[in-house]
Write a protein that binds this ligand. Sequence first.
Ligand SMILES: Cc1cc2nc3c(=O)[nH]c(=O)nc-3n(C[C@H](O)[C@H](O)[C@H](O)COP(=O)(O)OP(=O)(O)OC[C@H]3O[C@@H](n4cnc5c(N)ncnc54)[C@H](O)[C@@H]3O)c2cc1C
Length: 380
Amino acid sequence: MRIGIIGTGVAGSLLAEGLEGFDVTAFERVAPGDQAEAGTGLNIGPNALKALRLHRPARHAALRAASLPWQRWFVDLTDGTRLFDLDLAEVAEEPGVRIRWSELYRLLRAPVAGCTRNGHALEALEQDAAGRLVPVFRTADGLARHGGFDLLVGADGRYSRLRALAAGEPPATLLGACIWRLLVSDAADCPYDDYGQWFQGNARLLSFRLPGGAVYIAGTFPLPPEGQIPEAMKTEAAQRALFTPPDAPPCPAVAWMLDRIAAHLPEIHWARSATVPVLRHALAGRALFLGDAAQAMVPTLGQGATQAVECAVVAARVLRTGGDAAAVAAARDARVDFVRAFSLAASDTLLPPTDVVAGTRAKRQPDFMAKLRRLYTDAG
Ligand SMILES: Cc1cc2nc3c(=O)[nH]c(=O)nc-3n(C[C@H](O)[C@H](O)[C@H](O)COP(=O)(O)OP(=O)(O)OC[C@H]3O[C@@H](n4cnc5c(N)ncnc54)[C@H](O)[C@@H]3O)c2cc1C
């Protein structure tokens, strides 16, 4: 069986590695070594680490070596009042990781460089006489075709071209929040380390240290469901007003972040959080979708890349043993439905009228903890 993979991000790289020995070609629109579009950092959940430990131990070791452990999750108000403090060992079998995007892509793409054609952006889809899908790529030299594939895997992310070509553009549902992100490189004086969140009303800062003395900061604030991000919100004054407590000075962590926001404002990447319906396969099983191409979800529990890892590990196992796209759906979709619903429910404190103090304290109750344990341990 000839398999083509579109995109060597998280899911595509890991799938290509998992299918070593099969007739696999991966196509990636960026040039080799170009991680430029991956400017910030992320946390990857313990469930992805478990899946890698069980099924791709070399990648697990590489990820651990290039990252810091994610062992703790605390939630404060912006004045420093603590609402929630969790040692991940309570709900997981091993820590997650904190890593730079560029490092993650570098170490996932390296093992599959030999079967990857870079500078290939999927543009169109044709069919050969045998009914196999023929992807058409835009390259620096014009359009390129590399023959027919029995299975094409869309691992090309949130705006999947393969999904759009095979099944139409998916409808997006907006969460009603702006999410921005920033990587601060000169962060030696950062007053915190592991994963923290700081709320002011429903606006939230999220931050943690990364390897190499860097710090990742993400800000979230409510937006009208159909609204654009107002330019007036992209200013230092607006962000200070959002995250400064009305009756007290900000705690040292928030004061530090506000200064970094002011110093790095032009580098901030602004986005709106959206989900699309799950689609695992199309074109009678000849197109299979993994990661964000199949299941883009809200970022609240840090499960987007984490689920892309699970997708790749499970899909590789199913395909290696002769399974098809429907078998991948059977192995993945119930799990993905649970993770998406849980991530959405956990987003309550980002949106009015949820009371942040009550909503955050509820996350320390047995029901939420049981779901978190299921999320972090039921993998692979
Ligand atoms: C603000 C923000 C914060 C996030 N934080 C976290 C976090 O902390 N933890 C977490 O787990 N997830 C996080 N995510 C989600 C995470 O970014 C995605 O879920 C994850 O990258 C999905 O992996 P993927 O392999 O499906 O796609 P990607 O990693 O996006 O890879 C897609 C690949 O396809 C390539 N490609 C795209 N189009 C084409 C084309 N036409 N032809 C060829 N190649 C193409 C791209 O260049 C890329 O290499 C966050 C997302 C956002 C927006």
